[in-house]
Design a protein around this ligand. Structure first.
Ligand code: SAM
Length: 247
C-alpha cells in the first residue's frame, strides 16, 4: 500500500493519517510492542503516574483522552484511580476506537469508559467540562496543533490539567546516533514486514523529526494560556511528557 505523504496540505495530511490508522488498527498494539521493544508500556505507565488521578472522591475524575486510539492511556487511568475515573476515549478514527471498545469489554473496564469519534481541532464538548486532558502519541499527527491546544484549554475546568506524551528530540550523545540508525532503518522495515506499509512508517519517522523540540513545544503550550508548564524526559528524551494547568 502506498499512502503518498509527499508535499501535502493540512486536510490531505489528516486524510493520509486516517488511512494509515484504519489500515493498522487491528495490529496497532503489536506494532507498538515490536517497534519500541515493549518500552511504550513503561512510558505510558510513567505518564499516568505523573497525572496521578485521584483514587476516590465525591465525584468521578473526568478525563478526556484525545487521540485515545485503542485506549491504552484511559485503561491505565481507570485502573490507577481504582475506577474513580470516568474517561472519554476520543479519536478521529472509528477503527481504532472499535478495537479499544472490544478490549474494554474483555478487561471489564467498559463501564468507566466512553468512546467518541471526532477531531482534536474541534472538540464536541462544552467549555470547562473535564478535570484532565491527555494526548499520547497523537498531537504529532494533528495538522493544526495550536487549534488542538486551544480546544484543550477550552474544555478543561479551571484547575484542570493538560498532559501530552510524545516522541521527542534525543539529547544524549551516542544514544542519538543509535536512535537515528534504528528509526531510519529498522522501523520502516518492521512496519513493512508486519503491515506491508513501509511508506506509512517512513512518514511516522519523519513526523517525529519534524515535531517541535521540548522547549519549543513547551512554548506552544504556554501560548495556549496554560500555566506552570513543565516537561520530563523518558529514556534519554526519546519520549517526553509535558504538563500544564488551566488556572
Ligand atoms: N493514545 C493512543 C496510544 O498511546 O496508544 C493512540 C496513539 S496513535 C499513535 C495516534 C492516534 O491519533 C490514532 O488513533 C489516530 O487516529 C489519532 N488521530 C490522528 N489525528 C487525529 C485528530 N485530528 N483528532 C483526533 N485523533 C486523531
Amino acid at each position: 500500500t502506498s499512502f503518498g505523504f509527499e508535499q501535502v496540505g493540512e486536510g490531505e495530511k489528516q486524510t493520509r493519517v486516517d488511512e494509515v490508522f484504519h489500515h493498522v488498527a487491528d495490529r496497532y498494539d503489536v506494532m507498538n510492542d515490536l517497534m519500541s521493544g515493549g518500552m511504550h508500556r513503561l512510558w505510558k505507565d510513567a505518564f499516568v503516574a505523573w497525572l496521578n488521578p485521584p483514587q476516590g472522591g465525591r465525584v468521578p475524575f473526568k478525563l478526556l483522552d484525545v487521540a485515545g486510539g485503542t485506549g491504552d492511556i484511559s485503561f491505565r487511568v481507570v485502573e490507577r484511580s481504582r475506577k474513580n475515573a470516568h474517561c472519554t476515549v476520543f479519536d478521529i478514527n472509528g477503527s481504532m476506537l472499535g478495537v479499544g471498545k472490544d478490549r474494554a469489554k474483555e478487561n471489564g473496564l467498559i463501564s468507566n469508559l466512553e468512546f467518541v469519534e471526532g477531531n482534536a481541532e474541534e472538540l464536541p464538548f462544552e467549555d470547562n467540562s473535564f478535570d484532565a486532558y491527555t494526548i499520547a502519541y497523537g498531537i504529532r499527527n494533528v495538522p493544526r496543533i495550536d487549534k488542538a491546544l486551544s480546544e484543550a484549554y477550552r474544555v478543561l475546568k479551571r484547575g484542570g490539567r493538560f498532559m501530552c506524551l510524545e516522541f521527542s528530540n534525543v539529547d544524549m550523545p551516542l544514544l542519538d546516533k543509535a536512535y537515528d540508525l534504528f528509526s531510519f532503518n529498522a522501523i520502516p522495515a518492521i512496519g513493512d514486514a508486519v503491515t506491508g506499509d513501509r511508506e506509512g512508517y517512513e512518514y511516522f519517522v519523519q513526523s517525529i523529526r519534524k515535531f517541535p523540540n521540548k522547549e519549543r513545544f513547551k512554548m506552544m503550550v504556554e501560548d495556549a494560556e496554560f500555566q506552570q508548564v513543565s516537561y520530563r524526559n523518558l529514556s534519554g528524551g526519546i519520549t517526553a511528557m509535558h504538563s500544564g494547568w488551566k488556572l
